[in-house]
Design a protein. Structure first.
Length: 146
C-alpha cells in the first residue's frame, strides 16, 4: 500500500483552512465553495483544530445557535489526530475507522503537509485492488497459454 505522502502527491497538497476567530457561517461557506466536508483551523501558522460539517450539525444546528454569531473556536475539534506522511493508507483507514473520524491531517513536525478524507483513502485502496486483480488475471492468462 502506498503512503499518505504519496497519496498527497497524487491528489494535491492544498489544505483549505479558517482561523479560530472566523464565523461558522464563513467556514461553512468555504466548505461549500471548496467542495469539502472539513477545514483545518490554523492560528499563527499552527494547526489548532478541525471544523467539520458534523461539528456544525451537532454544535450549532442542534443547539439552536446561529452560524453568523458563532465562532469556529466555539465548535471546532481541538484534539486533532494526525499522521506522518510515511504512514500507509491502510494504517490510516484503520485509524480513521477506530477513531470515527473522516478527515486526517498529514503533519511533518509542526508543518501541515495536507489533509486526506476517508473518501480519498477508500478510492486509493479500490484503485490498488483493481490493479492487483488485473495483475492476477494477467498471470492466470499467461499460465494458461503454456
Amino acid at each position: 500500500m502506498i503512503t499518505v505522502g504519496k497519496l498527497l502527491e497524487k491528489k494535491g497538497k492544498d489544505v483549505w483552512q479558517v482561523t479560530p476567530d472566523d464565523t461558522v457561517y464563513n467556514a461553512i461557506k468555504r466548505m461549500e465553495n471548496k467542495h469539502v466536508g472539513a477545514l483545518a483551523v490554523v492560528d499563527g501558522g499552527k494547526l489548532v483544530g478541525i471544523v467539520s460539517e458534523r461539528d456544525y450539525a451537532r454544535k450549532v444546528i442542534l443547539k439552536n445557535r446561529t452560524s453568523k454569531d458563532t465562532l469556529v473556536k466555539e465548535i471546532m475539534t481541538n484534539d486533532v489526530i494526525s499522521v506522518l506522511p510515511e504512514r500507509t493508507i491502510g494504517e490510516c483507514l484503520v485509524m480513521m475507522n477506530e477513531c470515527r473520524i473522516r478527515h486526517l491531517p498529514i503533519m511533518q513536525g509542526d508543518h501541515l503537509e495536507g489533509m486526506i478524507s476517508i473518501g480519498d483513502v477508500v478510492k486509493e485502496i479500490i484503485r490498488e485492488q483493481k490493479y492487483t486483480i488485473q495483475q492476477l488475471e494477467n498471470n492466470i492468462s499467461w499460465a494458461e497459454s503454456y
